[in-house]
Design a binder for this molecule. Structure first.
Ligand code: PGA
Length: 249
């Protein structure tokens, strides 16, 4: 059975003090025990957050990492460094990384390999822009993003991969894909994975939806057959909203 996951991407929000506060409030919430909950604070808050969350059902993920193991890459963080502070999961390919930091499919494929070499789990993000959707190219774009960064992997590595479909036009805009649009794309994604690997493998991969998920729309989106959870941005910064999104399953 594939996992239900709700992950909160804090982006560049919350300093050390704010992070401790938000984590302590999260720990007071009553959350659905069948749902895996992940938060992705900024690098500077990963260690304090994971220490505070020990023994709870919530774990932490990094928002990014470099593909090299170490070396002259000023300002970067490697998979090994994340592992050394107990971080087991990393978000890769977020559209903001692609757009503002020029992360291409080729770079992302290298990051994927580095994460897996270091026994990390990946939440791999992808999604089309508004112009792609308007021109009817959304499936072609999404299909190529997945293929270019992930299809070199052997089937055995896929147990460490979670997919996150995030249409760029829905991120931080308040505009969400309709539950039907999300379901159609998630079914296409699962089929794409099935065609390359097998139906058993495709059936086991969790596919999250991201893009303006809020308490008001989470239940309907999560009720769709191929939607296995959400990657939450803005609403993950508010404890009450994040809790009700988790409990929307
Ligand atoms: P949003 O962000 O929920 O604020 O739209 C989602 C994301 O970027 O993962």
């Amino acid at each position: 059975m594939r996992k239900q996951i709700v992950a909160g991407n804090w982006k560049m929000n919350n300093d050390y003090v704010d992070s401790e506060l938000l984590v302590s409030k999260l720990l007071e919430q009553h959350i659905h025990s069948q749902t895996e909950v992940i938060i992705a604070p900024p690098f500077t808050s990963l260690l304090c957050s994971s220490n505070s969350l020990k023994g709870s059902q919530i774990t932490v993920a990094a928002q990014n990492m470099h593909f090299a193991e170490n070396g002259a890459y000023t300002g970067e963080i490697s998979a090994g460094m994340l592992k050394s502070i107990g971080v087991e999961t990393v978000i890769l390919g977020h559209s903001e990384r692609r757009a503002y930091f020029n992360e291409t499919d080729a770079i992302l494929a290298k990051k994927v390999d580095s994460a897996l070499r270091n026994s990390m789990r990946i939440i791999f993000c992808f999604g089309e822009e508004l112009t792609d959707r308007k021109s009817g190219n959304e499936q072609a774009i999404v299909g190529s993003q997945i293929k270019n960064a992930l299809f070199h992997l052997p089937a055995s590595e896929w147990e460490h991969v979670v997919l996150a479909y995030e249409p760029v036009w829905a991120i931080g805009t308040g505009e969400t894909a309709s539950p039907e649009q999300a379901q159609d794309m998630h079914a296409f994604i699962r089929k794409t994975v099935e065609n390359k690997y097998s139906s058993e493998l495709a059936d086991e991969v969790s596919i999250l939806y991201g893009g303006s998920v809020k308490p008001a729309n989470a239940k309907e989106i999560f009720s769709k057959a191929d939607v296995d959870g959400g990657l939450i941005g803005g609403a993950a910064l508010d404890v009450a909203q994040f809790r009700s999104i988790i409990n929307a399953f």
